[in-house]
Design a protein around this ligand. Structure first.
Ligand code: C2E
Ligand code: CA
Ligand code: CA
Length: 561
């Protein structure tokens, strides 16, 4: 029975004498060498292994024989038939009846499969499942060792952060399956485009990081970044359809831009945002200005929070008139910040930071409330303000409550929803988000107007124009400013007006500064006019005078002009 047990147990068991000759071996052991146990008895056991492994076995055996102590756990790599196997071994002294060491007893368990599984688990923990690229954890390790290496050898390396441009649209319009396929292909192209000493990782949804371990000079980084962008910009065949995407890259230099992992990553991130802001599909190196801007932004953000609590914001209202009669038909609310040190700040000086810091939600909600209160306050004094347009930034739509907040303010002040129009930009529509569309529809269903602002500057797709519940379209002032000199811009304006009318929308021309522009806009079919030529943004308290006092009415001037 003991013999059966010894021959079936999946552990290799061998006894050797002091000279290394095999005294006993079980079937499991001898099968490794394609032999019967009997064949092996009497032969030099170590001779069954290749030279270096045999030498190692002899060395271990000698240790046991000399000390009469066991070597309880060690791993041995053995090549058998060209396959690398890993064994967990145990050697103990083989004793006779008198307790004397007469040889060595070796047991070995094949742990190759377990080792492999362990390695696989480690691989999973350090790699991204979708693309197989290293993940953020491995990136951190690599950047840290790159920094250490650069310091030691007095050399330079570069960290690139690469973010796909508008990847979300592909995910939303073509499905996650296509998005995943694209990401895999992007990972492949990146891996192909980088050199042997480089490293690439996927560190977020559509965000990748690359380390250029070595480079000759800044020019060579330039050309390698260009090459990378070009490779990624080639069309992708995703589920049978062509797809184009671009990427933005931020570069920070190690150790110039930082000698800590978090620092170089942050610098590359700032540079990447700069690349995005510069029109995407490009790369930017980190520069100290970016850091300064980031710091200024952080300071401004603190001031903004404070300003909100201290009521430093005010609204001005710019009139909108009918193109033909020049009668007042609307107002646009424009925010200003009475900064305690810097005076009256325009939105361009703080809206971006308010947006990026998430403060725009609070600020935007205040604007809506303030406009509603102003309309009510005028109504209480017997003055009926025309409808007021409120700018709503895309960020505010990330807040699910925008529609409810809007309606709550309208209701609280007892004003008609048709008194309010919200102005949204094409940027909001780019993402092609169903939720946004549904929210807009709800807003429109309640009678609030929806106007597409700065039309023609963004991603103008005819499809979204058709599907949107908007009832007004504002042609961006860049077109208006060129209308006198550029027949092409005149044609564009005329066509936009035609199209908008066909879709049942009013057309507003903004930024109108001259009578010549006004005349051309009238001919082009624009319905309404807004601009310095009519009036600059006004303080709320002056609106009554402006709307009633016909003496100071610019329309009489315009009519004469
Ligand atoms: P916008 O929505 O395109 O607003 C029109 C901007 O053009 C205003 O600048 C206005 O003063 C200016 N403008 C009007 N007529 C003329 C003209 O004849 N010539 C020229 N050169 N400019 C003219 P402002 O007030 O500096 O606002 C800038 C931008 O800030 C606005 O552009 C809007 O996008 C944003 N903004 C303003 N108020 C708010 C707000 O309450 N919330 C949000 N989210 N954004 C706002
Ligand atoms: Ca606007
Ligand atoms: Ca505008």
């Amino acid at each position: 029975m003991l013999e059966q047990i010894i021959d079936t147990i999946p552990i290799m068991i061998t006894a050797t004498d002091r000279s290394g000759k095999c005294l006993f071996t079980n079937a499991y052991q001898s099968a490794l060498f394609d032999k019967d146990p009997d064949e092996m008895v009497g032969t030099d056991f170590a001779n069954n292994f290749e030279a270096t492994q045999a030498a190692n076995i002899r060395r271990q055996d000698a240790l046991v024989l000399k000390s009469s102590l066991a070597i309880p756990h060690y791993e041995e790599e053995i090549t058998s038939d060209g396959v690398d196997l890993i064994f967990h071994c145990n050697k103990s002294p083989l004793l006779n009846h008198n307790g004397e060491t007469i040889g060595v007893l070796t047991t070995a368990v094949d742990i190759t499969a377990r080792k492999f599984a362990e390695q696989h688990r480690t691989h999973l923990a350090l790699h991204d499942m979708l693309t197989g690229l290293p993940n953020r954890v491995l990136l951190a390790e690599n950047v840290k060792s790159t920094i250490a290496n650069c310091k030691k050898t007095n050399s330079q390396a570069a960290l690139l952060l690469l973010d796909l441009d508008r990847f979300k649209i592909i995910n939303d319009t073509r499905g996650h399956h296509s998005g995943d396929a694209l990401l895999r292909e992007v990972a492949e192209r990146i891996s192909k485009a980088i050199g042997p000493g480089d490293f690439a990782a996927r560190i977020g949804g559509d965000e990748f990081a690359i380390i250029f371990g070595k480079f000759e000079n800044i020019d060579s980084i330039n050309s390698r970044c260009s090459k990378l962008l070009k490779a990624l910009h080639e069309p992708y065949a995703i589920s049978g359809m062509g797809q184009v995407i671009s990427a933005s890259i931020g570069v920070s230099l190690i150790p110039n831009d930082g000698d800590e992992y978090e620092e170089v990553l942050r610098m590359a991130d700032l540079a990447m945002y700069d690349a995005k802001a510069n029109g995407r599909n490009c790369f930017r190196f980190f520069s100290e200005d970016m850091n300064e801007i980031a710091q200024a932004d952080a300071a401004l953000e603190n001031e903004l929070r404070d300003a909100f609590n201290k009521n430093q914001f005010v609204l001005e209202y710019q009139p909108i008139v009918a193109a033909q009669s020049l009668e007042y038909v609307g107002l646009e609310a424009l925010i200003r910040w009475n900064h305690p040190r810097r005076g009256r700040l325009l939105p361009i000086q703080f809206i971006r930071v308010a947006d990026e810091s998430g403060l725009m939600d609070m600020l935007g909600n205040w604007v809506i409330g303030e406009v509603c209160r102003e309309i009510k306050s005028y109504a209480d004094r017997g003055i009926d303000l025309p409808r007021v347009a409120i700018n709503v930034s895309p960020r505010q739509f990330q807040n699910q409550n925008i529609c409810d907040e809007l309606l709550a303010h309208i209701k609280a002040n007892g004003i008609a929803p048709s008194k309010i129009t919200i102005e949204i930009t094409e940027e909001l529509l780019i993402e092609n988000n169903e939720e946004v569309r549904a929210t807009l529809q709800r807003i429109r269903d309640h009678g609030v107007g929806i106007s597409i602002d700065d039309f023609g500057t963004g991603y103008s797709s005819l499809q979204y124009l058709r599907d949107l519940p908007a009832n007004c379209l504002k042609i961006d002032r860049t077109f208006i400013s060129r209308i006198e000199d550029s027949p092409a811009d005149r044609a564009i304006i005329g066509t936009i007006a035609h199209l908008a009318h066909a879709l049942g929308m009013r057309v507003v021309a903004e930024g109108v500064e001259t009578y010549a522009q006004l005349d051309l806009l009238r001919v082009s079919g624009c319905d309404e006019i807004q601009g310095f030529m009519i009036a600059r943004p006004q303080q709320a308290k002056d609106l009554g005078k402006l709307l009633n006092g016909r003496k100071n009415d610019p329309s009489s001037r315009a009519a004469k002009g």
